[in-house]
Ligand binder design. Structure first.
Ligand code: DX5
Ligand code: ZN
Length: 219
């Protein structure tokens, strides 16, 4: 299984954001994970499209934009124009999830749906075939540096079974508290794309941590 590492710049040094992104490229990151928080859907504020646009020229690595917001579809076009390659929308806030996913596909970006820890997998029953990726939150969204919720391992396994049964091409991304300690367990359960904020950026050598995590997750 091909492992992908997506460092979350929420844990980067914002005073040197461009350099931090360039460092992730040197470390071999597969994606740059960009957490967008609106202060409503989650109790925190982070970046807008301007920041995405500002760091776009710094790297060729694709941008994985995770929209933790109440009205994500109102801002999708701006994030795509700013340089997003894949957009993740939360199922909990979208009454017309099927329509929203199709909009992303029509726009030519990767289409991903995120589920909070308490959101059931059956939200995906009728859309899984259309997705490029499912993001299972392994912490409650809003902040970096939280602990991985162990009950999510079973959720990853069950999602993997659903994906296989439907022969969907969707990959499973996990986000929250991912580190060298748990990446292998999450990979064994069926995840293949790993968001990592604090574990990468607080490492003494962040670039080397990316390859250490990749090695630990390879089955
Ligand atoms: C949490 C965000 C995550 C966060 C992960 O709300 O969606 O992407 O940055 O950070 P760590 O890896 O520190 O848990
Ligand atoms: Zn995220």
């Amino acid at each position: 299984m091909v492992i992908q590492i997506a460092p979350s710049i929420l844990a980067a040094d914002f005073s040197r954001l461009g350099e931090e992104v360039a460092l992730m490229e040197r470390g071999g990151a597969d994606w740059i994970h960009i957490d967008i928080m609106d202060g409503h859907y989650v109790p925190n504020l982070s970046f807008g499209p301007m920041v995405v646009k500002a760091i776009r020229p710094v790297t060729k690595i694709p941008f994985d934009v995770h929209l933790m917001m109440d009205n994500p579809m109102e801002y999708v076009d701006e994030f795509i124009e700013a340089g997003a390659d894949s957009i993740t929308i939360h199922a909990e806030v979208l009454p017309h999830l099927h329509r929203s996913i199709n909009y992303l596909k029509k726009k030519g970006v990767g289409a991903a749906v995120a589920l909070n820890p308490s959101t059931p997998l059956n939200f995906l029953d009728y859309v899984l075939q259309d997705l490029d990726m499912v993001l299972l939150m392994t912490v409650n969204p809003g902040f970096g540096g939280q602990s991985f919720i162990p009950a999510m391992l079973d959720k990853i396994k069950r999602l993997k079974e659903m994906i296989e049964a439907l022969q969907s091409k969707a990959i499973i991304q996990v986000d929250g508290g991912i580190s060298l300690k748990n990446i292998r367990q999450a990979a064994e359960a069926g995840a293949s794309c790993f968001v990592a904020g604090s574990s990468v950026f607080s490492a003494s050598d962040p670039a080397a941590m990316i390859s250490q995590m990749r090695k630990a997750g390879e089955l």
